[in-house]
Ligand binder design. Structure first.
Ligand SMILES: NC(=O)C1=CN([C@@H]2O[C@H](COP(=O)(O)OP(=O)(O)OC[C@H]3O[C@@H](n4cnc5c(N)ncnc54)[C@H](OP(=O)(O)O)[C@@H]3O)[C@@H](O)[C@H]2O)C=CC1
Ligand SMILES: O=C1O[C@H](COP(=O)(O)O)[C@@H](O)[C@H](O)[C@H]1O
Length: 504
């Protein structure tokens, strides 16, 4: 395996993301030999930490990966900490001096990867200084990795992008959407474009509706301060949900490379209908969790969470219907939903096929149970795989239909060796492969889609629908589909039992 040479400069090096995701991912790359000898990591933030203390933090961060003592020591020797306030110009010289020294010491050849694991309001000031203080190099690659949220609406994102583009070219910018690093999200393209039986049905003649659910059982935990200003629309829909929809809806790229895929995703996003403010209520619903109970656990209401305003009107749940105005998808609703404190954690895509044109079988209990529709389910997480629910003949002398389910899941062994999303994305970035990162045009179009919804909701003074923690969202989210004659395929088992249907 070829070792990558790089100096990682992690702004926000003391933060939650760095500790929980970045350091363990770097360790996994180290363990696999993707980075070995010629790399170094500078962690930087305001806190006054020593190198030794920083290395102890790194050891704690990688503890769950059970490194040997030798691995741990060898790894942490590459880590250096530099206290630094990003708003203070003078302090950048210490970063430059350290970066140049480490570059020489580890024979890195000028390759630099700047990871901005900080609030977006700092992105502009950091990138400006990377240039003015000559921290970007002339002899290797310079890549900028940026976390979400990229702006808080189209206008702020545009300004942010302009600031960054004064220093970095688009092909040097890697905007992270960590869902794009997930195994099964990447599998969407394989399922679609490597199977004629799937791709030939992938259009409005055969598909009735598409459902994308990003459910979380957790609440806002310690992130109330951030989340209360963001809400589910900006936190999950603008980025992860729309990225998934673009992968499902895009046309087949000419070849499977980053440039072609991005082009097709952008076209798909541009085909999503932008609502008028007056239409928003017909297409989108929101909700906020109230206190609730699931099994033996009881949960507080959202407005009682840490750092959340007691009278907060922030949505913790969104469900919506997207219409895609092109030949392939006209008339097929794409339903999306995401929320915190739902029944369970999981991301699933349900592709619901149209029933056969004529039902030649007599309507009976079995056909009623499956409602006559075939469903392809793509399980993104925590279980990974896909299933096809379809109709078959019930075993026995009489002829009656029975639902059958072809079910494939990745094995636990395979999953253990599968890279974690951040590990995969960091490696892509070292390889200069931007396939699984979001291009500015995608970000811009996603903001245009959600900005209208946000504006309509901000003007609306009516009470926000609530849902009890531990349920699958407010009643309005179910009514959204019912009024179109559909149901969410992913329902709690009890929902299926009550109606005598086959469980999903
Ligand atoms: N945590 C997560 O799971 C996820 C986070 N993100 C995004 O990643 C980014 C970071 O999030 P997260 O790690 O949770 O945030 P944290 O609040 O935990 O970390 C913020 C970091 O910024 C540093 N910092 C703040 N102000 C300054 C300053 N003036 N100069 C230098 N350093 C400063 C802080 O260190 P210090 O106080 O020592 O200066 C800290 O290291 C955010 O954009 C977030 O939206 C995205 C997806 C998931
Ligand atoms: O980006 C975010 O994603 C997480 C959910 O990510 P997952 O990989 O655990 O599904 C979400 O909790 C967080 O609020 C959001 O900022």
């Amino acid at each position: 395996m070829q070792e990558h040479r790089a100096l990682f400069v992690i702004f926000g090096g003391t933060g939650d993301l760095a500790k929980r995701k970045l350091y363990p991912s770097l360790f996994r790359l180290f363990r696999k030999g993707n980075i070995a000898t010629h790399f170094a990591v500078i962690g930087t933030a305001r806190r006054e930490w020593s190198n030794d203390y920083f290395r102890e933090i790194i050891k704690t961060a990688i503890e769950p990966l059970e490194p040997t003592k030798e691995e741990e020591e060898a790894f942490v020797q590459h880590f250096y900490y530099q206290s630094h306030n990003v708003t203070n110009t003078e302090e950048y010289t210490v970063i430059k001096t350290l970066a140049d020294r480490l570059d020489e010491q580890y024979e890195i050849g000028g390759n630099r990867l700047f990871y901005l694991a900080m609030a977006p309001n700092f992105f502009g000031v950091i990138t400006r200084h990377l240039k003015s203080e000559e921290i970007i190099t002339n002899n290797g690659f310079n890549r900028l990795v940026i976390e979400k949220p990229f702006g808080s609406d189209y206008e702020s994102a545009r300004l942010l992008n302009e600031e960054i583009r004064e220093v970095f070219e688009e092909d040097q910018i890697f905007r992270i959407d960590h869902y794009l690093g997930k195994e099964m999200i990447q599998n969407i393209s394989a399922i679609r474009f490597a199977n004629n039986m799937i791709e030939s049905l992938w259009n409005n003649r055969y598909i009735d509706n598409v459902q994308v659910t990003l459910a979380e059982s957790l609440g806002v935990e310690e992130r109330g301060g951030y989340y209360d200003k963001s809400g589910a629309l900006k936190d999950m829909i603008q980025n992860h949900a729309l990225q998934i929809v673009s992968l499902l809806a895009m046309e087949p790229p000419r070849i499977f490379d980053d440039e072609e895929i991005r082009q097709e995703k952008i076209i798909a996003l541009r085909s999503i209908r932008i609502l008028s403010e007056a239409e928003v209520d017909q297409f989108f619903v929101r909700g906020q969790y109230s206190a609730g109970k699931l099994k033996d656990d009881t949960f507080a209401a959202y407005h009682d969470e840490l750092n959340v305003a007691p009278d907060s009107r922030t949505e913790t749940f969104v469900a919506g219907k997207l219409l895609i105005d092109n030949f392939r998808w006209a008339g097929v609703p794409f339903y999306i939903r995401s929320g915190k404190r739902l029944t369970e954690k999981g991301t699933r895509i349900n592709i619901v096929f149209k029933p056969v044109p004529v039902n030649i079988f007599r309507e009976n209990e079995a056909t009623r149970k499956i409602k006559g529709k075939d469903v392809l389910t793509i399980y993104i997480q925590p279980t990974e795989g896909f299933s096809l629910t379809m109709n078959g003949k019930e075993i026995g002398p009489s002829f009656s239909l029975a639902p059958i389910k072809l079910d494939y899941r990745h094995s636990a062994d395979a999953l253990e060796n599968s890279p974690e999303a951040y590990e995969r994305l960091l490696l892509d970035c070292l390889n200069g492969d931007a396939t699984n990162f979001t291009h500015w045009d995608e970000v811009a179009q996603s903001w245009r889609i959600v900005d209208v919804i946000r504006q309509a909701w901000d003007k609306d003074t009516a009470a926000i629908p609530s849902y009890a923690a531990g349920t699958m969202g407010p009643d309005e989210a179910f009514q959204l589909l019912e009024k179109d004659g559909h149901d969410w395929i992913w329902q709690p088992d009890a929902w299926y039992r009550e109606r005598g249907y086959l469980t999903d």
